[in-house]
Design a protein around this ligand. Structure first.
Ligand SMILES: Nc1nc2c(c(=O)[nH]1)N[C@H]1C(S)=C(S)[C@@H](COP(=O)(O)OP(=O)(O)OC[C@H]3O[C@@H](n4cnc5c(=O)[nH]c(N)nc54)[C@H](O)[C@@H]3O)O[C@H]1N2
Ligand SMILES: Nc1nc2c(c(=O)[nH]1)N[C@H]1C(S)=C(S)[C@@H](COP(=O)(O)OP(=O)(O)OC[C@H]3O[C@@H](n4cnc5c(=O)[nH]c(N)nc54)[C@H](O)[C@@H]3O)O[C@H]1N2
Ligand SMILES: [Mo]
Length: 821
């Protein structure tokens, strides 16, 4: 098996340990006094990647690492210094030159976004420009022309929640167009409520102790928890991995289903079986298993009768009664490239044992992605173990440490996007008709006014004139970057609030330099599911350069619009933090749990651990439903699991039928062409959170030939004369990107992987610019998963690749644009 990651990891550990030593060295106060400098201090704060202890000397960050007692290695925690001090920080408010020159005719954009230089302005001037443009667009076109959807993974913190603050401000000043859903679970979060009554992604999972005690077999499908558990939406409690270690050591049967031999597969090694289907063909694989269960009568008819509706319709589909195709293991094998015998074996294994079906989200981030988890739920229903300890399914064991036993729900709330301002209610426009499924932003820019089918209804595409992105990076996260880049020229004004010169910032008219979370005070929880800790997020260093907090930017602008009181509710930043803390303290008091007074908590700068919720340590998902489906029905129309959904069927969609079905994706190996014979996968990387941290020293651990790595099967590489470390051009009709080759036997033939999150770095201003930093989304299909969910298709892309033989263009992804220091 390829040793790329193992090798890289060793290098990192070396670097890592010297780094830790450096941090430790500075601590003896005597050593420092010799230089008559301020002593080094350590400060507790937090990021998505866990609570952090950060070391500062003379206003500079010199080290960072984990703050929790049971420390374990998480690369992401080691680069706070880069996050704060890197040259790619936005240092001053900046305005695009063409925008400034064309201020008297802003309505006619010059088409030069992302291709222009920038001019530094004062904050006052920046506020003036933002205020003028916002007033003008609101007056001329109304709230429906202002895009405040601003999707993204901005930093942790209850107060400095970038997107929420933007929306709070835009709402108080008259409204904006919002988005629904996420790029994460675009398909499941719409289909699952029809099937299970909720999304099944952000809900408590059967706890780990139950799995360790009761499950015999654990399937891990389309998930790579060893990477993805590094982070959480609030801050990671860092416990999920410990349970995966216990699982590995338990001797249970582990089945990993992934086209790549992932870090998780490596972690389990020979204690798991790796099965590699073709990308986005898990539905046929599961239909094959279901067919085998049905024909060998291993399915649990009693469970299906009592707890589900519509199984007969699905069984008829399996038998091929509607379409003439029986969904036999042989039929499935032909599509997914898992041998029919193996499919039969899985059916027997799952049926004869207590089996937990864990699934990640990659496979639903694809054309017709709705079908994946629906088929999986149906398979689990046929096995009849839903609601039993250690059986059924779980869609969040790979995310935010789902399944870690919960602690008492003593929760620190956060700032709200909908402040209580009844006197303003009739000034806030209702834009709900335009609320956009998030990944359809480019359609809106291209065809304002058009109708979009969505979940049984229709959305009117808003006519967006002003975009304000605050806390996200669409030039990383959105598919078909060249198409986005063209559509992005259409609005009149683009404002971006960012700490860094991301490609999105470089494609803005007005760029506001924002503090990182290490330059401001805040508070957060750990454990999106577990409520484990309350963490003070103390300012580590003063704001760098001219950066300001998102909170202050919107407070200042609120004052200009006469709504400062409503925005701030009369509180200072510290007043807010205390206010949030005290709401948690009220709950604690009611539960008779002792919490320090706020002042003490803040001064001690220590993490609070909530007590374990003893009543829920052995909680089993859907046990109550199983116990009494009448008293505890699911939130579906039938109150049961909907294997056939009358609701969906009545929508009459050709791309999402009434029962789980195999509907061919627009692009996958089954319809590959000689021009584009390769399936591109875009998994998430351990060394980044999406595009965050791409510029840090962690990049040295994975970059190849100073580019984003592309993982290639050695035979596919050999056919093209490519050796390990070569530059590779990956391309299709949507675009082209430059990567560095990693030859890896742990990937299927005719499949390649390029991780999501490399900063878009176009080589020129043309329509088909080569991305010099390997941003995979240049190559990915931009369309809705189906009319039902309109989710993202991040994993749907056929490509070709070749050895790059020209002169390698200079990488500029991490350089500020012309005009910026
Ligand atoms: N092809 C493909 N595409 C994908 C995916 C995939 O698997 N394949 N995955 C998708 C998924 S699941 C997701 S969630 C998205 C993620 O997409 P994003 O969430 O947009 O990605 P991030 O890189 O996390 O962007 C967060 C941005 O916020 C900025 N930021 C951080 N803190 C602050 C702050 O305090 N204030 C402000 N104003 N800004 C701040 C960061 O610098 C960064 O630029 O990508 C999606 N795109
Ligand atoms: N370190 C780190 N952790 C993260 C993130 C990050 O960027 N970095 N992002 C966070 C976010 S916002 C999200 S939404 C989650 C994402 O969580 P997921 O969506 O589950 O993560 P992915 O990395 O996209 O994919 C997981 C695994 O599925 C495999 N896979 C891809 N396609 C298929 C397929 O068609 N079938 C099967 N069976 N397997 C397939 C991939 O090879 C990969 O090993 O992770 C979160 N955690
Ligand atoms: Mo995500």
């Amino acid at each position: 098996m390829n040793t790329f990651w193992n090798m890289k990891r060793r290098t990192f550990l070396k670097g890592g340990s010297s780094f830790v030593a450096a941090a430790a060295l500075v601590s003896p106060a005597s050593a420092l006094r010799a230089f008559a400098q301020a002593p080094a201090k350590t400060v507790i704060t937090a990021a998505h990647w866990g609570p952090l202890e950060v070391t500062v000397e003379n206003g500079k960050i010199t080290g960072s690492g984990p703050a929790l007692a049971d420390r374990r290695e998480n690369y992401l925690q080691s680069v706070v210094a880069d996050q704060v001090h890197h040259r790619v920080r936005v240092k001053q408010p900046m305005v695009r030159k063409g925008f400034l020159d064309g201020l008297d005719d802003v309505e006619t954009p010059d088409g030069k976004r992302g291709k222009d230089e920038f001019v530094a302005v004062s904050w006052e001037r920046a506020y003036d420009l933002v205020e003028q443009q916002l007033r003008r667009v609101r007056q001329e076109h109304g709230a429906k022309s202002i895009w405040g959807g601003s999707y993204g993974w901005y930093s942790s913190g209850s107060l400095h929640a970038a997107q929420t603050l933007l929306q709070r401000f835009l709402r108080l000043t008259g409204g904006y167009v919002d988005r629904v859903n996420s790029y994460s679970t675009g398909a499941i979060s719409v289909i699952m409520p029809h099937i299970m009554g909720n999304a099944e992604t952000t809900v408590p999972q059967t706890t780990w102790p139950v799995i360790l005690e009761h499950s015999d077999v654990v399937m891990i499908m389309s998930a790579n928890p060893m990477n993805t558990l590094e982070i959480a939406w609030t801050s990671s409690d860092e416990k999920g991995r410990l349970y995966f270690e216990k699982l590995r050591d338990s001797g249970k049967r582990i089945i990993i289903i992934d086209p790549m031999y992932s870090e998780t597969a490596r972690f389990f090694g020979d204690r798991a079986e790796w099965i590699a289907p073709n990308p986005t063909t898990d539905v046929p694989l599961m239909l094959g298993i279901a067919h085998e269960l049905l024909t060998t009568e291993r399915h649990d008819q009693a469970f299906l009768d009592e707890y589900t509706v519509g199984f007969e319709r699905f069984a008829a589909y399996l038998r091929g009664e509607d379409d003439g195709t029986e969904k036999t293991p042989e039929w499935a094998a032909n599509i997914c490239d898992v041998p029919a015998d193996k499919i039969r074996e899985l059916a027997t294994l799952f049926a004869d044992n207590r089996t937990m079906l864990m699934a990640g989200w990659a496979m639903q981030r694809a054309d017709k992605g709705e079908q994946t988890h629906w088929t999986l739920v149906t398979l689990a229903a046929m096995l009849g173990q839903i609601g039993l300890p250690g059986g059924g399914f779980g869609f969040s064991y790979h995310y935010s440490n789902g399944g870690v036993p919960p602690h008492e729900a003593i929760v620190v709330p956060g700032i709200s996007a909908t402040p209580d301002a009844p006197h303003l209610a009739d000034q806030i426009e209702d834009t709900s008709e335009y609320t956009l499924p998030v990944a359809r932003i480019v359609e809106a820019l291209e065809n304002p006014g058009d109708k979009l089918d969505y979940n049984g209804g229709q959305v009117t595409l808003p006519d967006i004139r002003l975009i304000w992105w605050c806390g996200g990076n669409p030039f990383h996260h959105h598919q078909d970057t060249n198409r986005l880049r063209r559509a992005w020229q259409k609005p009149e004004v683009v404002i971006v609030s960012e700490p860094y010169w991301t490609a999105t910032a470089k494609h803005a008219d007005i760029v506001l330099p924002i503090t990182t979370s290490y330059e401001r005070d805040d508070i957060t929880m750990t454990g999106d599911f577990s409520n484990m800790h309350i963490v003070p997020m103390k300012k580590v260093v003063e704001p760098q350069h001219e950066a300001r907090d998102d909170y202050e930017v919107f407070r200042e602008l609120s004052a200009r619009f006469g709504v400062e009181q409503e925005y701030s509710e009369g509180r200072t930043q510290m007043g807010w933090i205390k206010h949030f803390y005290e709401q948690a303290a009220d709950v604690a008091r009611a539960k008779r749990v002792r919490m320090p007074r706020f002042q003490q908590f803040w001064e001690e700068n220590a993490i609070i651990k909530n007590p374990v919720d003893k009543s829920r340590g052995d909680w089993v998902r859907h046990a109550d439903f199983r116990e009494d489906p009448v008293l505890n029905p699911l939130g579906t129309p039938s109150g049961k699991i909907e294997i056939f959904s009358e609701t969906i069927d009545a929508m009459n969609y050709d791309d999402c039928l009434g029962h789980p079905s195999w509907l061919e994706p627009v692009e996958y190996l089954g319809n590959a062409t000689p021009e584009h014979p390769i399936h591109l996968m875009t998994p998430h990387l351990a060394y980044r959170l999406h595009s965050q941290l791409n510029y840090t020293r962690l990049r040295d651990e994975y970059a190849v030939a100073n580019r984003e790595p592309v993982f290639l099967h050695p035979e596919d590489a050999a056919e093209r004369g490519i050796a390990d470390g070569d530059l590779v051009r990956v391309y299709n009709d949507r675009g082209q990107i430059l990567c560095g080759a990693v030859l890896d036997e742990g990937i299927k033939r005719r499949v390649i992987a390029i991780h999501e999150g490399a900063w878009y770095d176009p080589a020129d201003d043309g329509d088909n610019a080569l991305c010099k930093n390997g941003n995979m989304n240049v190559l990915v299909v931009d369309r809705g998963t189906s009319k039902l969910a309109q989710g993202t298709c991040g994993y749907t892309a056929l490509v070709q690749f070749e050895k790059f033989t020209g002169t390698a263009p200079e990488l500029t992804a991490f350089e500020p644009p012309i005009g910026a220091a």
